[in-house]
Design a protein around this ligand. Structure first.
Ligand SMILES: [Mn+2]
Length: 329
């Protein structure tokens, strides 16, 4: 369904923007801030939201974008399947004065962009929006992935580990920066060089630490500071895997420590295969053991639950081996 653009009267009043710390959250925040330049921007991530860590920053003057639903916020803008408030929660939220926009758009930023399209000057963002959409919805081709264009690199510089850098990026975008200006900023350039080097190291790590079991590529990034998105693993696995499970974080990690996050798993469909997306609802894996897990059917995650990683992996592999009954959409 096409998103109907809002009029000025329909936009809730907000003075704080709380966004996810990825490319989608960045552009979602940039769109909302283009509409309301004096709003404060804060970056967080789904697990921190779901754990209640951000509760003190969420009230009716807060707009949430690309994050799990929070009933205390004023404006909820999102597109994650598992985040959609059910009818009862949506009704209670509206009755309490909240405004909800949930649509299955390719990115939450796209939803914000379409909602504010008639009343906001954001031409400088328009050219970058297709990349934001593609990155967030598995729309990157293998060729594009391998070419690793600067905007794909930019996406990898986005991190919850460095909120100050995220605010720097949103500041540039709020100042009207085009892709060219953004990518030529000296701070950004330094980060781009870092992530290009990191990808080389991460790929070596993928090659040495990935096992394909029954067409599920299980990649172990845990107990290392390295990270990877799903594309790196599914590109490596090629035709041998329909999905991947990336384990990351530390057994002694904490949600409150961005440099030592807790042990977690991310699941991604192999979007490089012709029918790679849409066959299985991987969010059932992400929510099977962790009630705070979730995301999209094709990209989601959760935290490792007691008794521990091996038991969690065994449970998911069991579900996966029954995928045509348990995960099929
Ligand atoms: Mn998103």
């Amino acid at each position: 369904m096409p998103v109907r653009p809002l009029s000025e009267e329909e936009v809730p009043v907000f003075s704080r923007i709380l966004a996810d710390s990825d490319m989608d959250g960045l552009f979602g925040a940039a769109v909302l801030k283009a509409y309301r330049p004096d709003a404060e921007v804060m970056f967080t991530h789904a697990a921190a939201m779901r754990s209640g860590m951000m509760d003190g920053f969420v009230d009716r003057s807060t707009a949430l974008v690309d994050l799990p639903f929070h009933p205390a916020c004023g404006w909820y803008v999102d597109h994650h399947m598992t985040n959609r408030p059910d009818e009862e929660a949506a009704k209670a939220f509206a009755a309490a004065g909240g405004t909800q926009h949930w649509e299955a758009t390719p990115s939450a930023a796209r939803l914000a962009y379409d909602l504010l399209a008639d009343i906001t000057q954001m031409d400088h963002l328009t050219d970058m929006m297709p990349v934001v959409d593609a990155l967030d919805s598995g729309g990157i081709s293998k060729k594009e992935f391998l070419e690793d264009a600067p905007l794909l690199q930019l996406a990898r510089t986005c991190t919850s580990r460095d909120p100050e850098y995220m605010r720097h990026l949103v500041g540039l975008l709020t100042g009207g920066a085009s892709a060219e200006v953004l990518l030529n900023d000296s701070t950004v350039q330094k980060r781009l060089r870092e992530v290009v080097d990191e990808r080389v190291v991460a790929l070596e790590h993928v090659k040495a630490n990935t096992t394909v079991v029954d067409r599920l590529a299980i990649c172990r990034f845990d107990e290392t500071p390295l990270r990877s998105n799903g594309y790196l693993v599914t590109a490596w696995a090629g035709n041998d895997a329909d999905a991947c499970c990336i384990v990351h974080g530390y057994a002694d990690g904490h949600l409150g420590d961005p440099h030592r996050p807790p042990l977690s798993a991310s699941f991604y469909a192999n979007s490089f295969l012709p029918d790679g997306q849409g066959r299985y609802d991987l969010s059932r894996l992400a929510t099977a053991l962790d009630p705070t897990g979730g995301g999209h059917a094709n990209a989601c995650g959760c935290r490792i639950q007691p008794p521990g990683l091996e038991a969690n992996l065994a449970h998911w592999l069991d579900m996966w081996s029954n995928r045509d009954n348990v995960l099929v959409r």
